[in-house]
Design a protein around this ligand. Sequence first.
Ligand code: NAD
Length: 265
Amino acid sequence: MDPVDPAALAAARAVLDGARRVAVLTGAGISTDSGIPDFRGPNGIWTRDPAAEKRSTIDHYLSDTTVREAAWRIRLESEMWAAEPNAGHHAVADLARQGRLHTLVTQNIDGLHSAAGLSADHVVEVHGTVHAVECLGCGDRGPMGPVLERVRQGEPDPPCAACGGILKSATIMFGQALVPADLARAERAAIEADVLVAVGTSLNVYPVAGMVPLALELGRPVVIVNAEPTPFDDAVTVVVRGSASDVLPLLFAPRSDGGSEMSTN
Ligand code: NAD
């Protein structure tokens, strides 16, 4: 990736230095430097295999055993289990320690923001998490580990231990509704924060991408940190082109005047 443009970084720092409460929206791009491919970047899962996007729908998952068996095989081999937070995730956690993080809204399902030390009251995982399973019959939830072990032991599509229903990771597939309380927290973050920083997201997935136009309508500064162009680049305050793990530690370093404020989130 090209070196970060110092002028863009300085402009973004100036925006951040003036902010007491920062909302951060992250997407798959913040985790690529932890070894987890994104969907739509040049090396993305869907860029390489467009059919994979079609398979990620709840109707296919419910109606086709072979889709579920493939999903469990893919989960078993996922790079997410071994992934560690990178400097980008740690920089967001550091922003929280400075008392300047309003809310971290993530589209990611990998749990790496929590692994970096962010507490649940700071994190909204709008697309759920791979670290839990849920039953599509009775709604029972539990940790992913024991169910993956059942797959490893030879159950290709393990049913719910409580009711025999279909299990899946506790993530939101296409065709599934998002959790209204999570969406409300995301919207509140865009409304209440002094600045919104969107990181590693193509801003193609709604309604979460709608945080950006919402913040702009309210006259809030918006900073985009992304490896590639997004549909909002011309509308926002500053775009910093580069890798999240390079840019965020510089962007979220303590304010130049050493000031800090308590978050009211
Ligand atoms: P996306 O794949 O649509 O876009 C990712 C963006 O990040 C791209 O524009 C790419 O150029 C950029 N990018 C890649 N590496 C980067 C880096 N190191 N630094 C900065 N930018 C980088 O991802 P999205 O917008 O999050 O939407 C896709 C959906 O995919 C989300 O709903 C999410 O749930 C899911 N997803 C999650 C993970 C994960 O949990 N890590 C991984 C893949 C997909």
